[in-house]
Design a protein around this ligand. Structure first.
Ligand code: MSP
Length: 514
């Protein structure tokens, strides 16, 4: 047997300066859907998320909260870890940058860079934004603020530098040779022109505070939080033990999923650090867009945070996951609104998919003795519907491999629409009297279509998909994509449990009152 191909996917690690909001959960849910898809598709998945716990921003937040820093980061990190159950996450590991395994890993990477003469000691004099944890040149400031709008402060201190300037040409060659390294394409072009504009050496240590990983052999310095944070991706893969089975299995990562605001760190600094240390860069960095509320980025500093668990309580987990991945073409920004959410829940989920399953399963319960009906000979229309559902995996896989979640879902909903048209055209309720054998065939074709659709719905809406599969008595070990084909079709005569709706309509409280 050939070994399953690994798929290593990561979220950014989240700053623990504040509790999770919907922007964080968005990235993690997207990675989770991808991880679930790849597992069902037979890949050996490693899905990593975690928390970024060092640096000035976090230290300041701890001081503001009046807590000891380690106790503060322990507490806030736990809030991120606690999202696992309520958000239906299936990460295989959760990394914290304050863990010993990570400290060892970053310090080893540092030593490697020093040994290769990629790091030297100098003095940094320039602007720093604590909110962005980023250095800015005078020329980048706009009205005295960072280009992101964040306040900056003047910093002048001894600092180690990474020879980033020496990596310009090698980075450009790397982007050229790996056209899919940065997606979407428009973002790739931005990065390429940034690098073409020339790179300055990067300050990679700080001396004015202590909350970080000490620089080996020079403990007056702590490492710049970004070199520390980015290294988490190799720590979790087993670095510095590059000969370990884990490292060889996982590295290079298949995908770092990030928001567009942190693309430069991932697509410029990170591959340069890695190449400089003799380690292969990741295969892809995908930069998604932002959720906005009334046109403004959702963030703590703007005070318009949407609390993920409140959203799930109100709308349901599958509903929230589906909305996030379907509403906005992945990569674009999206504005968050209650009416858009309700539109997706009542339209796509309740009316289209939920109603299809509900209609078919209750007809089977009533008219076929609650057993999978026995089909007669299939006609061209029956076969066409089954083939459409059968062909979906290839289409969806193609989209998922380039993180086009919305396109995968659109393709799936096209088949759902086709199934609904088939129900209307075949009118099985009328066949009940005129041609019960044909009714059985039609209901069988529909139940089998639902089986395929529900298997494919698991990555994005795992709860509802599982309930649908329970209702058509599909065994738990027969739910992966290897079971999509006709060889694993529903067996006529199988007893089915009583059907229940899986995608309820959302009714606004005011509406339900009136
Ligand atoms: N700690 C760094 C990442 C280090 S990765 C080696 C960081 N943390 S963060 O908590 O500020 O942001 C984490 C991710 O959340 C980023 O990818 C960011 O783009 C994303 N989002 C934060 N607010 C967001 C929205 N309003 N919408 C979508 N994603 C956003 O940066």
């Amino acid at each position: 047997m050939t070994e399953a191909k690994t798929y290593y996917v990561t979220t950014p690690i989240y700053y623990v300066n504040d509790v999770p909001h919907i922007g964080h959960v968005y990235t993690t849910v997207a990675c989770d859907a991808l991880a679930r898809f790849m597992r069902l598709d037979g890949r050996d998945v490693m899905f990593l998320t975690g928390t970024d716990e060092h640096g000035q921003k976090v230290e300041k937040a701890a001081i503001a909260a009046g807590e000891e820093t380690q106790a503060f980061v322990d507490r806030v990190s736990q809030r991120f870890r606690d999202l696992r159950g309520p958000m239906g996450l299936t990460n295989d590991d959760f990394i914290r940058t304050t863990e010993a395994r990570h400290r060892e890993s970053v310090q080893q990477l540092w030593r490697e860079l020093v040994e290769r003469d990629e790091i030297y000691l100098g003095t940094y004099a320039g602007w720093y934004s604590v909110r962005d944890e980023a250095f800015y040149a005078e020329s980048e400031l706009i009205d005295g603020l960072a280009p992101t709008g964040a306040p900056v402060e003047w910093v002048e201190e001894p600092s180690y530098f990474f020879r980033l300037s020496a990596w310009q040409e090698r980075l450009l060659t790397f982007y050229d040779a790996n056209p899919d390294f940065i997606l979407p394409e428009a973002r790739r072009n931005e990065v390429v022109s940034f690098v073409k504009g020339g790179l300055l050496d990067l300050s990679v240590s700080r001396t004015s505070f202590k909350w970080g990983v000490p620089v080996p052999d020079d403990p007056d310095h702590v490492m710049y939080v970004w070199i520390d944070a980015l290294t988490n991706y190799i720590t979790a893969a087993g670095y510095p033990d590059t000969d370990s089975t884990d490292f060889r299995r996982c590295w290079p990562a298949d995908l770092h999923m990030v928001g567009k605001d942190i693309l430069r760190f991932h697509a410029v600094y990170w591959p340069a650090f890695l190449m400089a240390a003799g380690i292969a860069p990741p295969k892809r960095v995908y930069a998604h867009g932002w959720w906005t509320k009334d046109g403004r980025k959702i963030s703590k500093s703007l005070g318009n945070v949407i609390e993920p668990l409140a959203l799930v309580d109100r709308y349901g987990l599958d509903q929230v996951r589906y909305f996030m991945l379907r509403e906005v073409p992945f990569g674009n920004d999206g504005d968050f609104s209650h009416s858009a959410m309700v539109g997706r829940i009542n339209g796509d989920l309740a009316n289209d998919f939920g109603n299809l399953a509900q209609r078919v399963l209750s007809m089977i319960a009533k008219n076929c003795g609650g057993r999978v009906p026995t089909p007669g000979v299939l006609d061209a229309g029956d076969q066409a519907l089954l083939d459409a559902a059968g062909g979906l995996l290839d289409t969806m896989r193609e989209h998922m491999l380039v993180q086009a979640f919305h396109a995968a879902l659109v393709a799936q909903w096209r088949v759902i629409a086709e199934a609904n048209r088939y129900v209307d055209a075949q009118a099985p309720w009328a066949l009940r009297k005129t041609d019960p054998d044909r009714m059985a065939t039609v209901l069988y074709v529909l139940a089998e279509t639902i089986r395929r659709l529900a298997i494919l719905a698991q990555p994005v809406t795992p709860g509802a998909a599982a309930r649908m599969l329970d209702q058509i008595a599909v065994a738990e070990d027969a739910r992966d994509f290897a079971h999509l084909g006709p060889d694993h079709a529903l067996v006529p005569g199988t007893v089915l449990p009583k059907p229940e709706g899986v995608f309820p309509r959302y009714v606004d409280e005011e509406e339900s009152v009136s």
